[in-house]
Design a protein around this ligand. Structure first.
Ligand SMILES: [Zn+2]
Length: 140
């Protein structure tokens, strides 16, 4: 993973957004067991994240491609962590809108607000650049 390009995604705007009041934002989902990044997702509207619509998953690309390839939930795999294999979600169809989605398993993931950049910039939690040498300017 050297020199990986980052992608800036922009929010989709369509009838589904409007149906939810137009309040859309990006979320990064991580595995709650191993902290592996699971998906970059566009959440429309307020409320808890109970399912992830396939057409709102921007990354990883295997899922964004999936959306264009399949039209039936029989063609959908389970959503699993690519690192530890934990089950995150199972295929479902949201009948009211005929949209494919993953029904998320409560507690299997953690979510964070995202600005739509993939891969997410964090991961490096070890704050090795808070202690830069050469700066003698101290503030409190
Ligand atoms: Zn995991």
């Amino acid at each position: 993973m050297v020199d990986q390009k980052t992608t800036q995604h922009s929010l989709k705007k369509d009838k589904y957004v409007n149906a939810r009041g137009g309040n859309s934002h990006f979320l990064d989902l991580f595995c709650s067991k191993c902290n592996q990044h699971l998906a970059l997702y566009q959440k429309d509207g307020h409320g808890r994240l109970l399912r992830m619509y396939l057409d709102r998953i921007f990354e990883p690309q295997e899922f964004s491609f999936l959306h264009s390839r399949i039209s039936d939930k029989a063609g959908m795999p389970n959503l699993k962590c690519s690192k530890c294999g934990a089950l995150i979600g199972t295929p479902m169809i949201y009948e009211a809108e005929r949209r494919l989605a993953f029904r998320l398993i409560h507690g299997s993931f953690v979510k964070k607000k995202s600005d739509g950049v993939y891969p997410p910039a964090q991961q490096t939690h070890n704050s090795h650049n808070t202690e830069k040498g050469g700066s003698d300017e101290k503030r409190n």
